[in-house]
Design a protein around this ligand. Structure first.
Ligand code: AHR
Length: 307
């Protein structure tokens, strides 16, 4: 929000060089790798001294990293919260130390939204909605039930919760569409492969796979091929992210539709940090712009893509 503890000592760093502590979720996916690179490159370009810490998908490790940033008296803390809940105590510690906090990529649940200054990232409900709307339209003349399996992201993470919600709301428009199985693959390729293998063994006649990211979709494709089925044909596949390998699978016809999630948050994050430390007002919510891809769009976009 505007007008919180950060304003009290909004003089900024004495030498003009801003120090940011950034706690990253992990390195679970191609998206995350591109996101980390964007943050590191943008910090260097903006002359921001970056203390970077990888939490390996653990909330406890993120809390430890944030505490260490507070102890080191950084000018600003940014983090991408692995799960939605459990942040209030450490954010209160940051406030007491007069250090402003920016959320990137993933939101939190809190009783006090003034514990952070701004949240920069995608609208995950909208992403799920786009996936479900495309599927509803694809099967709008179907007369038989369509069996969907879902591979969700990390349990209790904002993108897993919201991509499920948005998708569910959109497919409710078409009574033939039914989610027959759903499990978490933790946003990793290995997780996606293991979950899909289980689904193929336990669930007959799967028509559609909705995976909450490209990596899990790519892992699932391996499982589908090992089971002797043709991904993209026998089983239609929708994913989220649009990283390079996902786009290549879309071009190869193994994925049918990708909803983009933009990982290149670095430049906007550095700009927000600079303004907040200077005591300027910022929006509490900054939503990333994103698109969707079918094969033709992927063919056109891939050459100019940086990740
Ligand atoms: O929070 C964004 C999600 O996290 C990405 O969609 C996924 O690939 C990553 O692991």
């Amino acid at each position: 929000g505007c007008g919180t503890a950060a304003d009290a000592d909004a003089v900024g760093p004495p030498d003009g060089r801003l120090t940011m502590g950034f706690s990253q979720v992990g390195s679970e996916s191609g998206w995350r790798t591109a996101n980390t690179k964007s943050i590191q490159e943008s910090a260097a370009a903006a002359g921001v001294e970056l203390l970077f810490s990888d939490a390996q998908q653990s909330r406890d490790r993120q809390i430890e990293a944030i505490r260490s940033f507070i102890a080191q008296r950084v000018d600003v803390i940014a983090f991408s919260p692995v799960v939605e809940t459990g942040w209030d105590p450490v954010l209160l510690e940051a406030r007491q130390a007069g250090i402003p906090v920016i959320l990137t990529d993933r939101a939190i649940q809190t009783s006090d939204s003034s514990l952070y200054q701004s949240f920069l990232g995608s609208d995950f409900i909208e992403e799920g909605n786009k996936a479900g709307t495309w599927l509803s339209d694809l099967y709008n003349t179907a007369e038989e039930p369509v069996s969907i399996v879902e591979i969700r992201g990390t349990e209790d993470s904002a993108p897993a919760i919201e991509r499920k919600l948005g998708f569910g709301a959109a497919i409710a428009q078409n009574p033939n569409l039914k989610i027959v199985a759903s499990a978490s693959g933790d946003f990793t390729r290995a997780g996606g492969k293991a979950v899909m293998r289980d689904f193929l063994a336990s669930t007959p006649d799967i028509d559609v796979l909705y995976a909450h990211n490209d990596d899990m979709g790519l892992g699932a494709i391996e499982a589908i091929e090992e089971a002797g089925e043709v991904p993209g044909e026998d089983i239609k596949i929708i994913t989220v992210d649009a990283v390079r390998e996902g786009m290549e699978a879309l071009i190869d016809g193994k994925i049918n539709y990708i909803v983009e999630c933009n990982p290149l948050l670095g430049p906007q994050l550095m700009e927000l940090a600079r303004k907040i430390v200077a005591g300027e007002r910022v929006l509490q919510r900054v939503v990333t712009e994103e698109t969707v891809f079918e094969r033709s769009g992927a063919l056109a976009a891939l050459p100019g893509r940086r990740y």
